[in-house]
Design a protein. Structure first.
Length: 59
């Protein structure tokens, strides 16, 4: 799945892609500082979703 989203996430400055000079050639991916800064917002959305799901299940 990462290979499918890589061009978009790299373009949006969320990951860096590094081609390593190993044999065989390998590729490394890493989160950028910009991506790391989104963690708080993503966690807030996750927490909201989990609480909302509890309310829905409770009726």
């Amino acid at each position: 799945m990462l290979l499918v989203i890589t061009p978009t996430t790299a373009k949006n400055l969320l990951i860096t892609r590094t081609v390593n000079t190993t044999k065989p050639i390998t590729v490394s991916y890493a989160l950028t500082q910009h991506a790391l800064e989104t963690e708080q917002a993503i966690r807030a959305l996750l927490d909201f979703g989990l609480e909302y799901r509890k309310k829905i299940k409770a009726g």
